[in-house]
Ligand binder design. Structure first.
Ligand SMILES: Nc1ncnc2c1ncn2[C@@H]1O[C@H](COP(=O)(O)OP(=O)(O)O)[C@@H](O)[C@H]1O
Ligand SMILES: [Mg+2]
Length: 286
């Protein structure tokens, strides 16, 4: 039997690039394939270089490279098992990459020490398929708790911000309800308010509408659309909602088998996919 200890890594990735050089390369790559309005000299807010993740012996992410810009809305598409959640979970420090680099505002977050992780996580908000609200807390308390515990805000300050964000997602009149008293769509809107109330640099959505009954999907998408179009939030959204992707995304990224197969302007990817695998995927879901 092969010993794990002697098992040489299957990949050997270079160190993270110099920030200015990386920004220039990223700009050259993305300027024609994103609707993002570039500012001269801008650096990407998220920089993913040669990201690899292997579970036991199964490679799940294989050399993913992706840059996301401040205020950009990136929609990630791909079949089940393609590594979309794993990529988001690596960005959010819920998984440890096997190799490669993730940088937020040019600061490497991969390999961060435990004490640093909580500090770095302030930069990242996440909305999960299953809402993940605290069931014993009211909607208001759910939106307050991170502000108080993590951002060390006073309760009063947190309450004001929480009410503002609940208002924005149309849930102010349900502030005193607990999750079991709310529909899935309402819970997800509270979860979005909770994430936004932390004012992270980047908001990650992992199939936020996939667990919802069809009639509730629309309300959640409307909230996300509003956030994307009227805020300055940077969003990475994994979703199967093609209408949302086409209308709202600045850029669409198609993943399969742990690699980014293709990415570009939504209309380009949907109407003129370059790769056979993208065509097949889009054909299968239409
Ligand atoms: N904790 C884990 N342990 C082992 N395998 C995992 C784990 N998490 C995900 N995987 C595997 O990694 C692959 C990609 O999963 P995932 O990132 O959830 O894909 P997606 O979100 O695109 O459906 C799948 O084959 C899945 O079974
Ligand atoms: Mg997933």
């Amino acid at each position: 039997m092969r010993s794990k200890k002697n098992h040489a890594p299957a990949f050997d990735v270079p160190p993270a690039m110099d920030a200015a050089e990386a920004a220039k390369i990223a700009y050259d790559q993305d300027v024609s394939r994103s609707k993002h309005h570039f500012v001269p000299g801008e650096h990407p807010v998220v920089r993913i270089e040669h990201l690899n993740k292997t579970f036991t012996d199964t490679p799940v992410l294989r050399d993913v490279n992706l840059n996301v810009w401040n205020g950009e809305i990136v929609v990630v598409l791909g079949p089940s098992g393609s590594g979309k959640s794993t990529m988001l979970r690596c960005i959010n420090l819920l998984e440890t990459p096997t190799a490669g680099h993730i940088l937020i505002d040019d600061e490497e977050i991969t390999g961060a020490s435990k004490t640093n992780v909580n500090e770095l996580r302030k930069n990242l908000g996440m909305v999960f398929q299953g809402f993940n609200l605290f069931p014993h807390m009211t909607a208001l308390e759910n939106v307050m708790v991170g502000q108080v515990k993590v951002l060390k805000k006073s309760k009063e300050e947190a309450r004001v911000e929480a009410m503002k964000q609940l208002e924005a997602v149309g849930m102010a009149d349900r502030a005193d309800f607990k999750p079991p008293q709310l529909s899935g769509g309402q819970q997800q809107r509270v979860a979005i308010a909770r994430a936004v109330a932390m004012h992270p640099k980047v908001l990650l959505f992992d199939e936020p509408t996939s667990a919802l009954d069809p009639e509730l999907v629309r309300d959640v998408l409307a909230v996300m659309r509003d956030l994307a179009l009227n805020g300055d939030m940077t969003m990475i959204v994994v979703t199967h909602e093609m209408g949302f992707a086409r209308d709202v995304a600045d850029r669409v990224v198609f993943m399969e088998g742990g690699v980014v197969v293709e990415q570009g302007l939504p209309d380009e990817v949907f109407d003129h996919p370059q790769q056979e695998r993208t065509k097949e995927f889009l054909g299968s879901i239409r």
